[in-house]
Design a protein around this ligand. Structure first.
Ligand SMILES: Nc1ncnc2c1ncn2[C@@H]1O[C@H](COP(=O)(O)OP(=O)(O)OP(=O)(O)O)[C@@H](O)[C@H]1O
Ligand SMILES: [Mg+2]
Length: 396
């Protein structure tokens, strides 16, 4: 096991395109790090540079404190688990796990000892004589991990290992990988563009956009204190709402009424005409279910409820609104970058399951202003996050 350190890593492909642009990242020994971002942001390129399948244009890659830039993949002793697990169908589970040891001409006694140990750990002992075709998806994945374990690899690297599975199996495998990683305590780097995986699996998440590192933080920190519009819009489903607001003398004018931000959320707005207020769906509520003591902390407003989606344990309301054209363009731009659905001028708000708000009605909603973010639309910077504590360092 080992820590992985990247110092100012740049990757330019033949055409000079910087696929990874000056990325510095410290992954602690035993840490589970997620690399996430939209298609083409450089996740796979970064992972392939760790394993050694791709040359590093400049910068330094350290594994266990040792520079590996010039080392061949086989000398880095890392285990890459691919999407299709690459198991040998004609070999038993035992021989599939033993495969790397056979290549190294390890003695039969030692092979037996290490395979049995790995099988024990992975709960595969009773399947050792079976063939991969007769195993479930989860069991196959464990075999692939077993092969990585017997090699005593320094780290596990995954590139979207679950992307071709159906939703249910994906959920199961996610839990499985998380459980195993915790049990084994092996440094793990996991690439995904699925933000549910990103939020549930890792100790920390590194968000990439166009080869640039945006933020490295725990899932909670990313969710609660995204540093910019990109991270705010990428993490969370349904995504954060962005509401245009004109900066007035002593209030922000929004399509839903005037807003005065509480002390904890106040930011320096000098010289700014327009800002974007960010509010997660759950920061809204049906005003009718908000108690009087809490109501004062937020904005109560009448909303045109277009559609209600009732999901049993919660419900979402869709509230279209008007915004100036330049704001609409900006939201559309962000939507394209995020590869996301609907960043339209429409609020998506989460309502208590007991709420009786109906479709096609005008109803009173409430927005908790203590949870609102303020973004500079020109730079995308989250002005409220600047004051919040950032946890970009490795966990102790
Ligand atoms: N062999 C290559 N030659 C030239 N450019 C490449 C090569 N491989 C990747 N790129 C470019 O580098 C950028 C990053 O690619 P990469 O495969 O790392 O993205 P990714 O984040 O893994 O995306 P995805 O989610 O689609 O897998 C892309 O713009 C891609 O076009
Ligand atoms: Mg990729």
């Amino acid at each position: 096991m080992a820590a992985i350190t990247m110092n100012n890593i740049i990757k330019k492909y033949g055409d000079g395109f910087p696929a990874v642009n000056d990325v510095s990242l410290d992954i602690a020994d035993g840490e589970f790090m997620i690399l996430v971002g939209p298609s083409g942001c450089g996740k796979s390129t970064l992972l392939r540079m760790i394993v050694g399948l791709e040359d590093i244009t400049s910068g330094e890659m350290l594994i266990g404190g040792e520079r590996v830039n010039e080392k061949a993949p086989r000398d880095r002793n890392l285990a890459m688990v691919f999407q299709n697990y690459a198991l040998y169908p004609h070999l038993t589970v035992y021989e599939n796990i033993a495969f790397p040891l056979r290549l190294q001409k390890t003695s039969d006694t030692e092979v037996k000892e290490r395979v049995n140990q790995a099988a024990e750990l992975l709960e595969l002992t009773e399947h050792l004589e079976r063939k991969p075709a007769n195993l479930s998806g989860g069991q196959r994945q464990r075999v692939a991990m077993g092969r990585a374990i017997v090699r005593n690899a320094q780290a596990f690297l995954f590139d979207e290992p679950l992307s071709n599975l159906d939703a249910k199996l994906r959920g199961q495998m996610r839990t499985e990988i998380s459980r195993l990683q915790k049990r084994l305590g092996i440094t793990t780097v996991y690439v995904t563009h699925d933000q549910v995986e990103a939020m549930t699996l890792g100790d920390r998440v590194a968000v990439l956009r166009k080869g640039l590192l945006q933020q490295v933080a725990s899932p909670r920190e990313l969710y609660e204190n995204p540093v910019n519009l990109f991270v705010a819009g990428f993490i969370g489903s349904p995504p954060m709402n962005f509401i245009p607001a004109t900066v007035g003398e002593d209030a922000l004018h929004t399509p839903f009424g005037d807003v005065t931000l509480p002390e904890s959320r106040s930011v320096d707005l000098a010289g700014k005409d327009v800002v974007l207020l960010g509010a997660r769906p759950e920061s809204f509520e049906d005003a009718a279910v908000v108690s009087d003591t809490v109501r004062d902390h937020g904005l109560t407003f009448d909303a045109n409820i277009d559609v209600i989606e009732w999901l049993g344990n919660e419900q979402y309301a869709y509230v279209p609104y008007d915004a100036p054209e330049d704001i609409r363009n900006q939201l559309a731009e962000l939507e394209r970058e995020l590869d996301s659905e609907a960043m339209r001028t429409q609020l998506v708000v989460s309502l208590d399951a007991t709420s009786r708000i109906e479709e096609a009605s005008v109803s009173a909603l409430w927005l908790d202003l203590r949870k609102v973010h303020v973004f500079d639309p020109s730079t995308g910077e989250n002005l409220t996050a600047r004051t919040a504590t950032q946890s970009t360092s490795a966990p102790a």
